[in-house]
Design a protein around this ligand. Sequence first.
Ligand code: ZN
Length: 113
Amino acid sequence: MAGGNAIRGTRVGAGPMGEAERGEAAPRRRVPFWCAQGHETPVSFASDAEVPELWDCPRCGLPAGQDQAAPPPAPRTEPYKTHLAYVRERRSDADGDALLEEALAKLRARRGA
Ligand SMILES: [Zn+2]
């Protein structure tokens, strides 16, 4: 009988059982966030990931929320600055606008718009 040998390859623990199900095909969902300036930022989360209440707007650095009609107010005093805000502070407004334009252009190019 050859059955004894065939069973050996399927013993429990021989392979990563169950891991195939949570691999690359993990379902994702897009959650849009809106800041006080009306910027929409779609953020992708794994379906089982915890979605934060607030998300920093990548365009202006303001906090963005999931309610488009009632975005979180801009804080008067920021506990920390975004990189862009920090850069803008060190440059003139004109330079800052140019930087912003550049960033927006890159963003548009990435989206293929
Ligand atoms: Zn914004």
